[in-house]
Ligand binder design. Structure first.
Ligand SMILES: Cc1ncc(C[n+]2csc(CCOP(=O)(O)OP(=O)(O)O)c2C)c(N)n1
Length: 655
């Protein structure tokens, strides 16, 4: 395999084809151990090789949307020796990261940012009068996202030189949805759209491998959608364009946006891709190249199950089967959420489920299967999802938006302006609230308590286990206000789930273990959500070491149970708050504000994530150990705090 992009340029077509094979082998074998975005990367092997054959990074800029499909780019830009570390502690990140390599021109992880970022780079280049090429690679699902259109609307007015590559594989994570997907489908399948002009052919012919590219393209002309490798060009001489402006293929949409459109072409045909990219590089107007790729190409299992192989954990290479969970592993929160929603929907006609392109990730696929008419996939469109839900709520519905905590950040104004301000009963199920360890900072859901706590009208809660998640969902369906339930990724606690969920009292905490008033020094541990189990373990150790310990499950971060917090705040010598969230503005901060308002002077030890972006790692446990979200650290902090707190002073105040 090659060492860097400069080597790619020296290879013959035969060697490049061999390189593609080697890369596919590397992807399939490495990801079998580490997990990752296999399908999308197998789909862009030829495209990435072609990009590095034609463009010269880091001077030229490749901007990848989401950047989950940048593994091949990483392999070709000096990172092949570390590729086996991808998504592991201290290893390569699974997305583009500016701090990881100068070849990563723009970091991402959230969808829909590439067109805007690339256009910004073009504007900067034009301002400083330099000559870098900026190439934006965006998937068909990026066109379900509003930001992409904001950028498209702006390109032709802003720059004369912009190269967009639409990497169309018909899939988001699940099958792509909506009108734009149907439109692309039409572009691909309708012969009217698959014609080329003579001047493009003339240009390609002049290129070193141009003759060959055209031959391949014509050979494949009969095959279109469904047989991506067969996609090709219609014979020349039949050049049309929708509006007489001379587009090379035909897409009204892109042409109306002021972009020249080339395509659709076979995204696995290396010589053709190289020729087209050379053409785009030398073109003096904004241009978009529409390439058709096959998700999972080169690995049968990934082709057969594109959704499963979009992103997955370790698997067996021979069968493609995931490494099985250990027997007795509890269900994951996502399945409990999905199954509970189905049960609730069966009894309550006002409930519907909404996802922004994440049916399997969130567990909403259970509703899709059981009650498809009550299920909405709106595409990668979190803002739209929230306002759409608000609209339904005005008509008497209780929409349930299942959105990852990190992706909901994008819809903050919609939560504020459309839901909370109008006090509408939308239910938000915030998945991945906590760490998404392998993915890293773009995917950790560590900010939602802070960004929600300041908004009036809403109710926010966090279950300590999967049974309480069901109770909270049930409780949410009885509210006439916006409600938010945050819960983490993956395996739940393994507690039994009641047949009939319980209605919880809003704003009421649960006392799990009270003081025994045995004359020992008192410590109150408030463990929020999944940190409650850690609080209970810390409590057991503190009791064993001779302390009198209370454990409380706060349940609600808004409204906070002021009475319970005050009672334990006054009774204990030390209060501890534990949260899987940043400390700045989180649950512990809410407790401090309450104590300040009520003049409770008890020291509060806050356990949570520090004021920095947390990196990716092999496991959540490693990061928790590093940042002190552990039983040992909690116990040590409590003891250190007590050592500073004179016993007598506390006793006088409590009395
Ligand atoms: C704002 C946001 N919402 C949801 C996601 C989850 N997500 C990651 S990749 C992806 C689908 C991307 O599809 P596409 O851009 O067509 O690329 P492909 O994987 O098909 O190559 C989604 C929905 C995200 N990264 N960002």
């Amino acid at each position: 395999m090659v060492d860097g992009p400069q080597h790619v340029k020296k290879l013959t077509l035969e060697q490049l084809t061999k390189l593609a094979e080697e890369i596919r082998h590397e992807l399939i074998t490495v990801l079998a151990k580490s997990g990752g975005h296999l399908g999308p990367n197998l789909g862009v092997v030829e495209l990435t090789i072609a990009l590095h054959s034609v463009f010269s990074t880091p001077k030229d800029k490749l901007v990848w949307d989401v950047s989950h499909q940048s593994y091949v780019h990483k392999l070709l830009t000096g990172r092949k020796d570390r590729f086996h570390t991808i998504r592991q502690t201290g290893g390569l990140n699974g997305f583009c990261l500016r701090t990881e390599s100068p070849h990563d021109s723009f970091g991402a992880g959230h969808a829909g940012t590439a067109l805007s970022a690339a256009l910004g780079m073009c504007a900067a280049r034009d301002q400083r009068k330099s000559d870098e090429n900026v190439v934006c690679i965006f998937g068909d699902a990026a066109l379900t996202n509003g930001i992409s259109y904001e950028a498209l609307n702006n390109i032709a007015h802003t720059t004369k030189k912009f190269i967009g590559i639409l990497n169309d594989n018909e899939w988001s994570i699940a099958k792509n949805v909506g009108a734009i997907s149907s439109y692309l489908n039409k572009v691909i399948t309708h012969p009217r759209y698959n014609r080329w002009s003579k001047d493009f052919e003339r240009f390609v012919r002049r290129l070193p491998k141009g003759e060959l590219a055209l031959k391949l393209a014509h050979k494949a002309e009969e095959g279109f959608k469904g047989a991506v490798t067969g996609v090709g060009l219609q014979p020349s001489g039949s050049s049309i364009d929708s509006d007489g402006r001379g587009g090379y293929g035909n897409s009204l949409f892109f042409e109306e946006m002021g972009l020249r459109y080339l395509g659709p072409v076979d995204g696995h045909d290396l010589p053709l891709l190289i020729s087209l990219l050379e053409f785009a590089k030398n073109y003096d107007r904004p241009i978009v190249l529409h390439v058709l790729t096959k998700k999972g190409k080169g690995y049968d299992a990934a082709i057969a199950y594109p959704e499963k192989f979009h992103g997955l954990g370790p698997y067996d290479v021979a069968s493609g089967d995931p490494v099985p969970a250990k027997p007795g592993t509890p269900p994951n929160y996502q399945d409990v959420f999905g199954q509970t929603l189905v049960k609730l929907c069966q009894k309550n006609n006002t409930l519907v489920g909404i996802t922004a392109a994440m049916p399997s990730g969130t567990g909403l696929k259970h509703l899709e299967k059981a009650m498809p008419d009550r299920y909405f996939d709106v595409g990668i469109a979190e803002e739209h999802a929230v306002i759409f839900a608000a609209g339904m709520a005005t008509m008497g519905f209780h929409p349930v938006c299942a959105i990852y905590s990190t992706f909901l950040q994008r819809a903050y104004d919609c939560i504020h302006h459309d839901v909370c301000l109008q006090d509408l009963p939308v239910i938000f199920c915030l998945d991945r609230a906590g760490l998404s360890a392998n993915d890293g900072p773009t995917h950790h859901g560590l900010f939602d308590i802070a960004y929600l706590r300041c908004l009036p009208n809403l109710i926010a809660m966090a279950p300590k286990d999967e049974d309480e998640l069901a109770d909270m969902m049930f409780t949410a369906t009885h509210q006439n206000h916006p409600t938010f339930i945050r819960y983490p990724r993956g395996t739940a606690e393994g507690v039994p789930i009641k047949d009939q969920p319980k209605l919880l009292e809003v704003g009421k905490a649960e006392v799990i273990q009270n003081f025994s008033s045995n004359g020992k020094r008192k410590v109150a541990l408030f463990g929020l959500g999944n940190m409650n189990s850690l609080a209970r373990k810390a409590a057991a150790q503190l009791v064993a070491e001779g302390f009198d310990v209370a454990v409380i499950n706060p349940r609600f971060t808004k409204p906070l149970d002021a009475g319970t917090h005050e009672f334990f705040g006054r009774a204990a010598e030390v209060v501890v708050t534990l949260e899987d969230h940043v400390l700045a503005g989180g649950y512990g901060s809410a407790v401090l504000e309450l104590f300040n308002e009520r003049a409770i002077t008890r020291p509060v030890v806050r356990i949570g994530w520090p004021d920095q972006f947390i990196e990716h790692a092999t496991s959540q446990d490693e990061l928790r150990r590093k940042y002190g979200l552990t039983v040992e650290h909690t116990v040590a902090k409590v003891k250190a705090q007590l050592a500073e707190t004179p016993v007598m002073a506390r006793l006088i105040e409590v009395a």
